[in-house]
Write a protein that binds this ligand. Structure first.
Ligand code: HCB
Length: 213
């Protein structure tokens, strides 16, 4: 890992809120692409935070501080990421985090990247019930809609399976493409529930979205 990416990761890992923002500004000023700052720096730090939380080396207040640090950096990076190429709309996305789940850092990042790459993105937010998603699909003024659902917990991920069932029962499967992601989501899970795709990160999400739409 290059020095600046290591420093960004360390700043998130050590819950250094001001330091994360400063390092992010420094990296941008040096011409580091915003997406690299996130994927090679900040997200790597967040991965370690998650591992340390699992092993009991870090506790919830510390994760909250790391998330605050990451969000501070994202405030600066979002406008950079959102700079699109002005091309024609690639389609409508409805983006949301599954019910019971408030982890929104990754979902916001994916939504921003899709917006920057020509998609029209309606962001529903966190803790969204499947009924709300289905209503939004029905209301949407589009022949086809891409659902961009995130779940960061094994519990909330189960809601994705219920959503696929509900979409079938409501007779709207032909209108929607379903791309789900988040740490516990695997291709095996996507195949099992009959969704259309997943992605490891925001850059891959754009590629997958364009492929399946
Ligand atoms: Co949270 N948490 N957390 N957490 N948290 C996780 C998710 C655990 C895995 C940590 C662990 O145990 N190792 C764990 C879940 C375990 C499980 O179910 N397997 C966990 C837990 C247990 C909890 C609480 C229950 C803790 C508690 O209260 N005891 C609680 C749950 C609250 C709730 O949701 N009801 C909780 C709370 C928190 C916060 C509030 C402190 C904070 C969230 C702040 C926020 O989001 N506003 C938090 C955080 C930050 C994490 C970790 C450390 C990082 C998540 C993150 O932001 N990653 C996480 C550990 C981990 O994920 N390994 C931990 C960085 C982003 C950029 O990555 O994976 O979200 P991402 O998104 C990627 C990728 O997945 C993909 O692209 C994104 C961008 O590159 N992607 C998609 C995402 N969505 C996509 C959709 C698509 O269609 C396509 C691609």
């Amino acid at each position: 890992m290059s020095d600046i990416f290591k420093e960004l990761a360390d700043a998130v890992m050590t819950q250094n809120i001001n330091g994360t923002v400063e390092k992010t500004k420094e990296a941008l000023a040096n011409g580091t692409p915003a997406l690299d700052i996130i994927q090679k720096g900040l997200s790597e730090g967040m991965k370690v935070v998650g591992e340390k939380f699992e092993t009991g080396e870090l506790f919830l207040p510390q994760i909250m501080m790391s998330a605050k640090a990451m969000n501070g950096a994202m405030e600066i990076l979002q406008p950079e990421l959102a700079k699109g190429d002005g091309s024609e709309s690639a389609g409508l996305c409805i983006s949301f985090v599954q019910a019971g789940d408030i982890h929104d850092i990754g979902n916001r990042l994916v939504s921003t990247m899709l917006g920057a790459n020509g998609f029209t993105v309606k962001v529903l937010g966190v803790d969204i019930e499947n009924e709300v998603v289905v209503e939004e699909v029905k209301k949407a003024d589009a022949d086809k809609v891409l659902l961009v659902g995130s779940a960061l917990m094994t519990t909330s991920m189960l809601g994705q399976k219920d959503l696929m069932v509900m979409i079938g029962e409501e007779g709207i499967r032909a209108k929607v493409k379903c791309m789900f992601g988040g740490a516990p989501v695997s291709q095996g899970w996507i195949d099992e529930i009959g969704a259309d795709g997943t992605a490891e990160n925001a850059a891959e999400a754009v590629i997958v979205a364009k492929k399946i739409m």
